[in-house]
Design a protein around this ligand. Sequence first.
Ligand SMILES: Nc1ncnc2c1ncn2[C@@H]1O[C@H](COP(=O)(O)OP(=O)(O)OP(=O)(O)O)[C@@H](O)[C@H]1O
Length: 253
Amino acid sequence: MTLEIKNMTKAYGGLRVVDDVSITMEDNDIIGVIGPNGAGKSTLFSLVTGFLDGNSGSVTFQGKELGAASATVRAQAGLVRTFQVPREFSHMTVRENLMAAVPDQLGENLLNTFFRPGQVARQEVESAAKVEETIAFLKLSAVADVPSGSLSGGQKKLLELGRALMTGAKLIMLDEPFAGVNPVLIGELSEKIRELNARGIGFLIIEHDLGALSKLVHKMYVMDRGRLISSGDPAAVLSDPVVREAYIGGGVT
Ligand SMILES: Nc1ncnc2c1ncn2[C@@H]1O[C@H](COP(=O)(O)OP(=O)(O)OP(=O)(O)O)[C@@H](O)[C@H]1O
């Protein structure tokens, strides 16, 4: 099993914003997490990726319980998230942003450049090749040298995906990848997610565009006011009266 989120709970004061949530993902799943605004979806992502500590519950990734492992340690293990608002370095170009996402660059330690110059140079060449491959895969060649702050919403989401890929992620958690993205690029992004999934990368995706999401995912989980209220096949979930009621009550954007 790739990911097992077990009885995860997070409370602020007396309010349980994530309340006893359990989700399991098999290798190579593409899973959706939906729910009205404020349901606790982003908080759940932060708990799983170690950006927040939970009150109780556990996360097991590829057979290892993560305990109190930091976000960096979790990312090194292959569990990587993106954010609702892209966090690229806006003054840096697309190419530079991708290069900056490569973990553990030997050359960043000055001593290595003196004592292991061959290895440093080799790693830089490998990283540069991976950057070019990622730029080509995501069709970002035309904007590779453009400061990322001036990209369109959709291009920024592609760059976010690219930055996750550069880390060598095995499971990528995408927070609203389609928000602010035009329909053509939504199609393009979905296709890239499918292709990456076919290469063995799992995806857990929060999204309000239920139409686009249901075409992409194998299974959906629905959160409302911190709790899981439904899960299963996308078509069945979307026609579940409990889910419809939650959306009418909460008002999705
Ligand atoms: N640091 C915090 N302190 C207090 N309450 C918080 C904090 N962070 C989040 N919350 C509350 O937790 C609840 C869940 O928020 P969260 O952002 O996880 O929801 P969401 O399902 O991702 O919503 P959306 O779809 O609008 O992004 C909200 O009611 C929010 O106000």
